[in-house]
Design a protein. Sequence first.
Length: 507
Amino acid sequence: MGNPIVETRYGKVQGSEQDSISVWKGIPFAQPPTGQRRFRAPQPPEPWTGVREATTFSPMAPQMPEVGASMVGAIGADRAVEPRPMSEDCLYLNIWSPGASAGQRPVMVYIHGGAFTLGSASDPWYDGTSFAANHNIVVVSLNYRLGILGFAYLKNLAGADATYTGNCGLLDQIAALAWVRENIAAFGGDPDNVTVMGESAGAMSIGALLGMPAAQGLFRRAILQSGGASNLVTRPRATQVAQALLAKLGLETSQLAALADVPLEALLKIQPELGREFGGILAYSPMIDGETLPQHPSAMIAQGSAANVAILAGTNRDEWRLFAMMSGGPKVDEEQLTRIFGDEARPALAVYTEARTDQSPELAWIDIMSDLVFRMPAIRLAEAQVKLGAPVWMYRFDWESPAFGGVLGAAHAMDIPFVFNTLDVGLSRAFTGDSPSRQPLADLMHASWAAFIRSGTPAIADLPSWPPYDLDRRATMIFGDVAHVVDDPQGQVRAVWKHVLQERDNH
């Protein structure tokens, strides 16, 4: 068939043929955010002449690779983490398509997770081959700026310099979506049938995008796996992080311009230090800057910012087990418990413990943290959309991995290789083991997600009837060894959060 050449708005790109589909890797969707473009909104790519080769992934966004290695090591996975190229020149996307021939296919744009500090669009378990080959979908994956480079907020300190912006990482995602709208038809995709999908920080990004004016109209549907409109910070908090960044670099506020020339290695060295001082993910989260994101996404969504967007959202049953394993195993954090629930801390833990068949306070704590960070934000977002009459479907992933003696259960990120049908790549196999129930479940979820991407409903013949989510029944599809619908799963503990301020991190 030959290597496919496609004309984009900026120039021609040549991809490759892989497994009967066309693949383009490393297409620029913005100029390199380097030098004076650091900490500023992405700019459209410069046009080029001739044919640009698009057969290898671009470098990943700057990050601390050993952090990812420690995550794998903490749960005992025997997997060497290969160092991969990284560069500030990272704003590229990848496309898998059944073909660049005429025919407008549904498009799925994937935003990777990684706590806003890790990850890459080129991670093997995000491979779009199966969606393209088996479901006639055009898949796009993208890189975006991470950590300090993606989420440092300098505008309050800059005075007259109005070119700094908040939420550079989110603006990168919007720039990629705008590129898709302009160019995806040439790759066989329908620019009017775009679904944005993400997991963890990717889903949290989408929660923010749903409230960002610049993102409106760029997608019709959204899939949020293990994340919602949560973990946002305000300008004062983000400014504190920026001040600490300058102090660690020995710079005064009057020397902001010097940040353009600070070596990347120096920024990366400081990044985990700032994370420890400012609550981990909260140091580098989307922020309510009053401009790119005018108000908290929940407020924007309630006002109808995403009223026409269909939502598929859900979480994993044992999200927090992954993080508990990284910190030595599950144990109740009494101080954190009190911060969350105040005087109701002990009663809340008792309700969670009673709701478990094993009556384990330690595993009840896992459930509390899973709900705090992942499930309740997803439910709150779903509730806001339902109130506006938008179609919403809710799921929960319950499949328990037998790997590592079963300590992970249905932990965070376990759902990714099932959705992408990439169970056989290295990390997927390490996480999921060799249970015979793996592939049938992957077939089911992969097809259901494809149906939603295509038509806005995840219903397929092999699933039981899946009603849309509402505030009375709260029907939720449970994906385990046998898929089934449960009304208001964990409803007893959901009620514990009724009077807890969900935007507690918004400080």
